[in-house]
Design a protein around this ligand. Sequence first.
Ligand SMILES: *Cc1c(COP(=O)(O)O)cnc(C)c1O
Length: 217
Amino acid sequence: MVKDNISKIKAQIAHACAKSGRNANEVSIVAVTKARAPEDIEEVLRAGLTDVGENKIQEAVAKQAKVKGARWHFIGHLQTNKVKEAVRIFDLIQSVDSIHLAEEIDRQAQKIGKVQDILVEIKTSAEATKFGFLPLDLPRAIEEITKLKNINLAGLMTIAALTGAAEGSRPYFRILRELRDKINKDWILSMGMSDDFKIAIEEGSTMVRIGRAIFEG
Ligand SMILES: *Cc1c(COP(=O)(O)O)cnc(C)c1O
């Protein structure tokens, strides 16, 4: 089932790319495996995906002990006291939502000689999430974060407001793309989930985070 669902999603991504004049290899898939078993992650890897997203540190630690060969993304709200562990185990921390958090990531990464790849989370809507920088605050955040030697700021992430229809996510995705285009066109744009990834791709997403459509499809 997972394999078929992933094939279906890849076809939908290809279609959305074609529709918007983009190349399908510009879009990567992060399989969101929060609350799924290690066996589920292995199935995802067997189906040819490499990137998986988790939102709880302890859960990810337990799964990493069992599952090898994945690239791990952190997509939840990260508390300062969990940063040390997060830096140890995650390839990309997608949800950096404060300067204070970035500074702690830098400090912990420096200790283990790592340059931690991160995305900055942006609050593109009032109700979508309690976390993330306001678009207005992004320039100053970037200025501060780029000073940190053990952090590589690789792009932006957002969660669209729940509107009950995929099309309703479009304005939030557009805000993120316009921000990105002003700053760095090569940056990753992590946006789009099971219900709205096609719209996200039309708006320029380069990384979709998909859970339900893979496991429940
Ligand atoms: C759960 C989650 C997803 C995946 O959501 P689905 O609707 O299951 O595709 C994507 N991004 C974040 C930040 C999540 O927490």
